[in-house]
Design a protein around this ligand. Structure first.
Ligand code: PGA
Ligand code: MG
Length: 231
């Protein structure tokens, strides 16, 4: 991986990037489906439905497909959402865990004086409790969730909001994520991006989305940022 110009702010995606949250998301989705008397799905299937926030995940589960059926009734969706929120809140961090290299890399990165932030599509009601359960909350100066702003990734709005709030230029920001939504948001906003290969991304190769950098581990990010800070 080549070096990059100074990075003054890092935006991390959460699900599929820092945390493998799919096991608990799948348990909550299946508990919701069971309550509704509907067909349940393997974790491996549900894993590929994660990426556009809870509303889309619930609708995919109700459709049984990554393509959302347009005939999901609003009353069914609202009932499903209440059940999902209840189940996922109760068991938010039972089987979820940090990916290899995340804890060490965040600790090392925190010593480099480059502010770190979270830009996730996960609803805010889950984001902060999950960060706290995994002992990560202290690393992040700003946390933007999927419902913090009117639009979420792949829209550039969260990244535009972030650079204004942190008073840096868009060119100073690096978005780090596992999903095409992260890379598309970065491209639309005009910042650089690093795609991680181990996440969800609907089962697709992240390199196909054309991030500026591709890495197999956050340890590579640490090396890259060290190079940019000391260059
Ligand atoms: O919860 C989701 O659907 C995706 O969350 P992420 O943006 O942190 O990957
Ligand atoms: Mg993600």
């Amino acid at each position: 991986m080549s070096q990059l110009q100074a990075v003054k702010l890092i935006a991390f995606d959460l699900d599929g990037t820092l945390v493998d949250s799919a096991p608990d998301l799948a348990l909550a989705i299946n508990a919701m489906l069971l309550d509704l008397g509907r067909e349940q799905f393997p974790e491996q299937t549900i894993r590929h439905w994660v990426g556009n926030g809870a509303e889309v995940l619930i609708k995919r589960a109700l459709s049984g497909s990554s393509a959302i059926s347009s005939d999901i009734e609003e009353s069914l969706y609202l009932q499903a959402k209440d059940l999902f929120v209840q189940h996922y809140s109760e068991k938010l961090c039972v089987a979820s865990k940090l990916y290899d290299g995340v804890a060490e890399s965040l600790e090392q990165l925190s010593k480099l004086n480059v502010p770190m932030t979270i830009v996730t599509n996960k609803p805010g009601v889950f984001t902060q409790p999950l960060l706290e359960a995994l002992n990560l909350a202290q690393y992040f100066d700003v946390v933007l969730s999927g419902d913090s702003l009117p639009r979420k990734k792949p829209d550039p709005l969260p990244l535009q909001h972030l650079v204004e709030r942190c008073e840096v230029e868009m060119a100073d920001l690096l978005m780090v994520g596992d999903s095409k939504n992260d890379i598309q948001a970065a491209k639309a906003a005009g910042c650089r991006s690093l795609g991680l290969t181990y996440g969800y991304n609907y089962g697709e190769d992240i390199a196909l989305s054309g991030p500026d950098f591709v890495a197999d581990s956050l340890v590579s990010l640490l090396e890259l940022i060290k190079g940019s800070v000391t260059a």
